[in-house]
Design a protein around this ligand. Sequence first.
Ligand code: ASP
Length: 304
Amino acid sequence: MIHGGAGTLDNVKDQKTAVRYLESLRRVLEHGREVMQLGGSALQAVEACASLLEDDPLFNAGYGSVLNEDGKVEMDAAIMDGRDVSAGAVAAIDAIANPIQLARLVLSESEHVMLIGEGALRFADHCGMPRALETYFYTPERIEQLKQAKRKHKLMLDHDDAEEDSEDQKYGTIGAIARDPQGNLAAATSTGGIVNKRIGRVGDSPLVGAGVYADNETCAASATGYGEDFMRTVISKTISDFIYMKEMNANQATKAGIDYLIRKVKGRGGLIVIDKHGNCASGFTTKKMIHGWIEQGGVTNVRF
Ligand code: ASP
């Protein structure tokens, strides 16, 4: 399963852009299928799929990352292996084209779970990962979007209408989760965060249990939306706990998780979930969530 963000996507109104989203999702899903058909693990599949999504400027991660209040990118990413609940994460980084690949190196090559900012970049150098040019990330769309967000921020303060504000926001984070034929689960989430965010703000995406989770005994999950809501509800781990303690399947646990998210914090966003049996589920509180799935090796489905 993959997602490309929750929320209203005003720019999908024209047919051509809509087709681009659909094509991208299909291409990434088929790539994930191929990785596992060739014997790749769930972990390899989610890293490969997340990398492709990071390379696509349609999505808010890697190349297409949104800009913070200073007009800079600060990206977060995490990857988790359900075999032994090992995890790697990076937060508040720039200069790396594929943060998910750096997160994977943190998982496999360091004794830590999360590295941030300058330390994460130093670790990337140590691993021989090249740095991207600063200009790599500044697409004209993101510069314009930041300008709009700054303008709307003033309006938002005047209106003080949370409902209206949330409709304006776009959460374009990407995520990939998989179960391989051996029954291993893995999850990856990567993001540029939220447009016009404060410098140093870290969201849910790189946090184990919030924006990402994988445990072979329960499920793999990846979230997208207003990160602060997911951090406070530890939503991905909560869904995993529903499966572990209440013996729910992916659908039941996702629904219970979304109910909890709404009841506790009126959370904005959604999740994709695959349970240990390979059942796929999704849930969201926003109008839409861009996502797609291949269940039990069957047909490719995409929604947005
Ligand atoms: N969850 C991300 C964050 O809060 C944003 C998103 O999903 O687009 O950083």
